[in-house]
Design a protein around this ligand. Structure first.
Ligand SMILES: Nc1ncnc2c1ncn2[C@@H]1O[C@H](COP(=O)(O)OP(=O)(O)OP(=O)(O)O)[C@@H](O)[C@H]1O
Ligand SMILES: [Mg+2]
Length: 288
């Protein structure tokens, strides 16, 4: 049922890392987790071990009204994934225009996904304001803003907190109340990083859901195309990510046991895809 969007005013701050890892940790806590990539970089899939040559996806195809169910993949862990899919520049430009003309292209499939009371959809957004974020924000239970533990986060805090990075003034005013924050890349050995983290924490109070240490285990997990808690369960970053997922879980309604309208598991089973010994149980889903 709930939708969580990971967004940020700046790029490269850890949205995709957090989306992938938190989605899988929410699955571990008993939900059906669906990780949804809305960023044309098409990078969320890499955290789940989708082969780089598998370029299929959902959001990149939106102007053609794809069936999102047909683009679903399932990681070995059980987390469901809707990759963005590879896009050409021309398609990316057409995509934004199409969403502006018809927000239902994205809103309708999202409503279908969220109709399942057991499902939590975790959306990885592109940096800054976007048409996709404008469409999703009214449906979102939480918009988790990822900030790096660095000077600009402290300096821009007033702007960020007011949600102005979400888009125009009206959007910001309407949805700023749903904004929660996570600090990423905290380096306790760096005075600047520590001071920035302290300033942000003091200012945000309980709206700061947690902080994730700068830790090479994060990059190593990505290089191995695995999640941090799979690759380095005892790392500092894995512990921090678990704490962030617990804080998010605490803000969500409890998972419902009711039968799912679109029954994710049955849908995947019905396709009778061969179980592979790779990270992916349904590796060529979107390409058929
Ligand atoms: N806590 C961390 N410690 C070390 N490296 C990290 C950490 N978090 C993220 N990274 C690394 O920083 C890089 C950017 O992370 P990520 O792709 O998650 O950011 P993003 O906000 O999604 O970027 P973009 O705005 O381009 O989509 C990646 O190489 C990732 O492995
Ligand atoms: Mg990203």
């Amino acid at each position: 049922m709930p939708l969580i969007c990971f967004a940020s005013p700046k790029g490269g701050v850890g949205k995709t890392t957090l989306s992938a890892n938190v989605a899988d940790l929410l699955r571990q806590s008993g939900r059906t987790a669906l990780a949804l990539d809305l960023d044309p970089q098409n990078a969320l899939r890499l955290h789940f071990g989708v082969p780089p040559g598998d370029l299929g996806g959902f959001n990149g195809q939106l102007p053609r009204r794809p069936d999102w169910r047909a683009a679903l993949r399932q990681a070995a862990s059980g987390t469901l994934l809707l990759p963005h899919g590879a896009v050409e520049l021309r398609d990316a430009l057409e995509h934004n225009a199409a969403l502006e003309r018809d927000p239902g292209l994205l809103a309708t499939p999202l409503r279908e996904m969220l109709a399942d009371p057991r499902v939590v959809v975790v959306a990885d957004m592109p940096p800054g304001p976007s048409q996709a974020l404008a469409i999703l924000m009214p449906m979102a239970a939480l918009v988790v803003t990822v900030l790096q533990s660095e000077a600009i986060s402290a300096a821009m805090l007033g702007e960020i907190e007011a949600g102005r990075f979400l888009g125009n003034g009206t959007m910001a005013a309407l949805f700023a109340g749903r904004l929660q924050f996570v600090l990423n890349g905290v380096d306790l050995d760096s005075r600047l990083s520590r001071n920035a983290a302290e300033a942000v924490a003091r200012h945000l109070g309980p709206r700061l859901l947690g902080a994730v240490s700068r830790d090479e285990a994060v990059g190593e997990a990505l290089a191995a195309q695995r999640l941090v808690h799979e690759m380095a369960p005892d790392s500092r970053a894995a512990a921090d990510l678990r704490q962030v997922a617990r804080a998010i879980e605490a803000l969500l309604p409890p998972p419902a046991p009711a039968p799912a309208p679109w029954r994710a598991a049955e849908l995947l089973d019905a396709r009778k895809a061969p179980r592979m010994a790779t990270a992916w149980s349904v590796p060529e889903w979107g390409t058929r």
